[in-house]
Ligand binder design. Structure first.
Ligand SMILES: [Zn+2]
Ligand SMILES: [Zn+2]
Ligand SMILES: [Zn+2]
Length: 317
């Protein structure tokens, strides 16, 4: 759970909805501030480059963008390294495309730089696919029953779509900037830019949402770099108290059917469960040692249903 949830004492689901709404607001504010052709507020012209800065809309554009990124970081914190890959790929593609179209007539060095930037962007996505699929196969190796739920087919296809639409978007942006017509602009380059940016925002959310939903139970979220991790992947079926391999028990959520596990140790006579908030492994009924959240019963990671072990349906599958 992120900072906002802790401060306002929200449950995880509410926090996630608020963060998506906030990030969308900041995104639109930033987009509109950047879009205002004549800017809002007084003008400042930077000498040398001849770029114009508007005293109100330019800071709004930058701050809105940063706040939007911060909300996304809070929303998808469990897999945020992928968010960084995605951001890097976005800016590299944007720069590459702008250079390509704006510096078109200034010799092949610009041309080459643009190509290098685009290749770098593609390699970022390649690393991201590698990272996500490695994590997925680690989880499926440990918990084969999760294979079906972790199908990521259409997810990988969205990554090239993301690059393509970013290129189209900044093509429109360049044409708008140069104030000239090009293929497929139809005199509407600015609208094209706005619409493609909104599509990109949607795609980015989906690219982050899928692995976050699928993996969050298995990757422990921690604010510190801990050497020893205690998540479901590293300590499969281990009792948290005595570290012996113990019996795994499965339960189905009575509200939404999501499967949760506990590990019951015969020696200690206690259940180990993973904290619904940060996925750290803890003893049932105790406060989480990592995030300090109370875990009285089992809480469903999907629908936030809370109940003692007897209120959960036993899954014998
Ligand atoms: Zn034990
Ligand atoms: Zn916790
Ligand atoms: Zn549920």
């Amino acid at each position: 759970m992120g900072v906002i949830g802790k401060q306002l004492n929200l449950d995880r689901k509410t926090e996630e909805i608020i963060l998506v709404a906030l990030s969308a607001c900041f995104f639109l504010i930033s987009l509109i501030a950047g879009y205002k052709e004549n800017g809002i507020g007084g003008d400042l012209v930077i000498p040398m480059i001849g770029m114009e800065i508007h005293l109100i809309s330019t800071p709004m554009w930058i701050i809105g963008g940063l706040l939007c990124i911060m909300c996304l970081q809070q929303r998808y914190h469990s897999i945020w390294t992928n968010g960084i890959w995605l951001l890097a790929a976005y800016f590299l593609t944007a720069m590459g495309t702008i250079l390509f179209f704006v510096m078109y007539d200034f010799g092949y060095w610009w041309y080459l730089t643009a190509v290098v930037l685009l290749l770098l962007a593609l390699s970022m996505l390649y690393w991201m696919i590698l990272e996500v699929y490695t994590l997925r196969s680690r989880i499926v190796d440990a918990y084969p029953e999760e294979e079906e739920r972790m199908e990521m087919g259409e997810w990988a296809l969205l990554l090239p779509a993301f690059i393509l639409i970013t290129i189209i978007s900044y093509y429109y942006y360049s044409k708008w900037f140069l104030n000239e017509e090009g293929w497929f602009t139809f005199g509407m380059a600015t609208n094209g830019y706005l619409i493609t940016q909104i599509i990109i925002f949607g795609i980015v959310n989906y690219i982050m949402y899928r692995p976050h939903e699928v993996f969050k139970k298995y990757i422990q979220e921690t604010e510190y770099d801990r050497v020893e991790t205690t998540n479901l992947l590293d300590k499969k079926n281990q009792c948290v108290k005595c570290n012996n391999i113990a019996e795994e028990r499965r339960y189905d959520c009575p509200e939404c059917g999501e499967m949760e596990r506990s590990v019951f140790c015969n020696i200690c006579e206690i259940h180990s469960i993973s904290c619904y908030n940060c996925s750290n492994l803890i003893l049932l009924g105790e406060r989480c040692t990592e995030c300090d959240v109370e875990n009285e019963g089992i809480t469903c990671i999907r629908c936030s249903f809370k109940g003692g072990i007897r209120e959960w349906a036993v899954n014998n599958g």
